[in-house]
Unconditional design. Structure first.
Length: 254
């Protein structure tokens, strides 16, 4: 975990680091709940393979990795630690935790196949500004305001945040099974929150472009500035999940 966090900070991936904390905490919490039931004890082959995997990850981390490695390194490292602790025969007891950490890398896969939604993001952000009362117009994917403009490119479309919100939804459903109808609507709410919060960020950047403060604009356009919006999206979804859990646990009136 220390190596993983260090790599994210060096790569300026603050938003990804904040998201990864959700996956790490969920996996560790699930593991702690069943600590007394775990069957420990490995064999020489499992220990050798597990140690080799860990050495390989540490070696790869020295090469300033990013992208796929940052997404799947926690999952691979977890498998290695599971082999050291319980061997191949005991891997099944860690399947929930392994799935949670695997979900951290899912957005890296989905982004390769999902369509570009930047035109939709540009339209919705323009609508938000228009609704508030700003004289705004949209030309292709460029949001124009008097004194400034922003161009909504695919990397700013919010698709990255949406895929992470879907991955968090999967973790939530693993930890708190819901009624089928609630489980159906939960990912829809997660997608909406991710899209809506990112659209607010794009609208905010459009307003900042009119201020003439390049330093301020660059900060909020950077990964560090995006961290606040990521945390806001996760917080809102967390509140929704808490409400869903309480609603499920409440006894039905007689």
């Amino acid at each position: 975990m220390a190596v993983f966090f260090t790599l994210n900070i060096r790569a300026d991936q603050y938003a990804h680091l904040a998201m990864s904390l959700v996956f790490w905490c969920a996996a560790l919490s699930s593991l702690w709940d069943k600590k007394s039931e775990l069957r420990l004890g490995s064999d020489a082959i499992s220990i050798g393979i597990g140690a080799s995997i860990l050495v390989g990850i540490l070696f790869q981390s020295l090469r300033s990795p990013a992208g796929w490695f940052l997404g799947f390194a926690p999952f691979v490292a977890a498998i290695a630690l599971m082999l050291l602790a319980s061997g191949f025969q005991g891997l099944g007891q860690y399947q929930t935790e392994a799935l949670m950490l695997f979900c951290l890398g899912i957005p890296k896969i989905l982004l390769k196949f999902l369509p570009d939604i930047s035109p939709l993001t540009a339209q919705f952000s323009t609508y938000l500004l228009w609704y508030i009362g700003f004289p705004v117009e949209l030309y292709n994917n460029q949001i124009r305001l008097p004194g400034g403009s922003v161009n909504v490119v695919p990397s700013c479309s919010g698709l990255n945040l949406i895929t992470y919100m879907l991955a968090i939804t999967f973790i939530f459903l693993l930890m708190f099974p819901l009624k089928p109808i609630n489980a159906f609507f939960t990912p829809i709410i997660a997608v909406f929150i991710g899209f809506f919060i990112n659209s607010i960020r794009v609208a905010t950047l459009a307003l900042l472009s009119t201020q003439g403060n390049t330093t301020l604009f660059k900060y909020w356009h950077s990964n560090e500035g995006a961290l606040l919006f990521v945390l806001l999206a996760v917080l809102l979804f967390g509140l929704f999940c808490g409400w869903m859990v309480r609603k499920t646990e409440l006894p039905s009136p007689k």
